[in-house]
Design a protein around this ligand. Structure first.
Ligand SMILES: CC(C)(COP(=O)(O)OP(=O)(O)OC[C@H]1O[C@@H](n2cnc3c(N)ncnc32)[C@H](O)[C@@H]1OP(=O)(O)O)[C@@H](O)C(=O)NCCC(=O)NCCS
Length: 407
């Protein structure tokens, strides 16, 4: 029977479509509770299902949120819960779902789509490029001190209850995320369901959720969410502090949060999976190697509407650059020559400075990679001498993109 792809219309369809990826997570989303909670963050109509007759055999969803890019927040489709049941794999169902989803994203006027990839080989064919990296640390507690030359401890830290966290943390996060490329917006439901829900099934072997508030001069300027995972090796305590996220509004706030997290007694290691690749922590500690860091791919990005996306992205100075987009596997109207002048992207007849594809453009868009880096990897072709330098001057960023949450 032919497979049909369309958005889900009710809770039962939604449950089956989300169930496709749930299968690979050992039945996640199969409880009524987790499904109802999930539906608070992802509307039915943003969930596509693949129907084989009445049975749903695949699904792909979108969180409608904003992604901060250099210049500010932009509407973005947060692609998530993509899965095809093993009974129906490699028959082109993912391909059709991705196309239907991107068409829908474009129709809704969202210039960007972003995702975390389970495997790096899946999404390039749909025009997604690796746009940020993230760093995972497993710091050894015995060697994790901050540099002694730093200013002494400042501010006060308090462990707060759920309600105070739900009131104060989102405000801090929101101030930081609006100015931080790679961050995504969060609704109240998102906070409740994804960040502050501490039912035992959410703990993944860790202890209870600790909610730390940092105040400096009486003002809330940072918070951390962390768990302690208790572990023994014979008589030795080899527990870990598992940092869910630590967000400071200022350099001093970031420093004080990490002073606290690295200093918790009676643990062996401090783990954090999602730090920005240029996070200040690496310059704050005495022994960066003892953080045992590992760099991984972070956010994958897709410019759905090249003109709108490039015009929304701030540039530095009043230079001009012309790109030739050589190919787009989904949207032929993104292909062609685009000039960016005074921060606005327009179709153009000029000679291109650079030739590149959609994946390479996505890799440069948030500032995760420079055009020079892409050129060195053969991912960008310099057509006019000096074109790479011109593009890099225009797209220069002071901070690398950082997405502190896997969605
Ligand atoms: C990944 C997944 C969704 C693919 O679904 P699918 O319907 O089998 O994929 P399709 O048949 O549409 O494949 C489309 C193309 O992608 C390729 N592809 C699919 N899955 C791939 C994978 N995991 N790695 C590399 N390439 C893959 C196919 O070979 C095909 O390429 P081709 O057109 O050149 O032959 C499915 O295998 C799955 O559910 N995996 C487990 C969950 C998962 O990883 N989800 C992604 C979450 S981010």
């Amino acid at each position: 029977m032919a497979i049909r792809i369309r958005p889900t219309r009710d809770q039962a369809e939604f449950a089956s479509a989300v169930g496709a990826i749930g299968h690979y997570f050992g039945g996640a989303f199969s409880s009524e509770d987790s499904l109802v909670n999930f539906a608070r963050t992802l509307p039915f109509e943003r969930m596509h299902g693949a129907f084989d007759g009445p049975a749903i055999v695949g699904g792909a969803g979108v969180f409608p949120f904003e992604l901060t890019v250099p210049g500010g927040p932009v509407a973005c489709a947060g692609v998530t819960v993509v899965g095809v049941l093993p009974t129906h794999r490699r028959r082109g169902i993912l391909d059709r779902m991705m196309r239907a989803q991107l068409a829908d994203v474009r129709e809704r006027g969202e210039p960007l789509a972003a995702l975390w990839a389970s495997e790096e080989t899946i999404y390039g064919r749909f025009g997604y490029g690796m746009a940020s990296q993230d760093v995972m640390i497993k710091a050894s507690r015995g060697h994790a001190a901050l540099r002694t030359e730093l200013p002494g401890r400042t501010g006060t830290t308090r462990l707060v209850g759920h309600d105070e966290a739900a009131k104060v943390f989102p405000r801090i996060y929101d101030r930081v995320r609006r100015a931080s490329p790679g961050f995504v917006s969060r609704t109240d439901a998102w906070w409740e369901v994804r960040k502050l829900d501490d039912r035992p099934e959410r703990r993944r072997g860790g202890g209870e959720l600790n909610r730390l508030l940092l105040e400096i001069d009486g003002r809330p300027v940072g918070y951390a969410l962390y768990r302690i995972k208790l572990e023994w090796d014979g008589p030795h305590n080899v527990s870990q502090v598992v940092v869910v996220e630590a967000i400071g509004e200022t350099p001093a706030a970031t420093r004080e949060l990490w002073r606290y997290l690295l200093g918790i007694d009676w643990v062996a290691e401090i783990h954090c999976d999602l730090l920005g690749v240029d996070h200040p922590l690496f310059l704050l500690v005495q022994r960066p190697n003892r953080l045992h860091w590992r760099v991984l791919d972070g956010l994958w990005l897709r410019l759905v509407d090249v003109g709108a996306a490039l015009s929304a992205r701030a540039v530095t100075g009043d230079g001009r650059v012309t790109f030739e987009i050589a190919s787009d596997p989904i949207f032929p109207d993104n292909v062609g020559v685009w000039t960016i002048e005074a921060g606005v992207a327009k179709r153009s007849r000029r000679r291109a400075d650079l030739r590149l594809d959609m994946q390479a453009l996505a890799s440069a868009y948030l500032g995760g990679f420079t055009f020079a880096e892409l050129a060195r990897a053969g991912r960008v072709e310099e057509v006019v001498r000096g074109g790479v330098a011109r593009a890099d001057a225009l797209y220069r960023v002071d901070v690398k993109p950082w997405c502190p949450e896997i969605f």
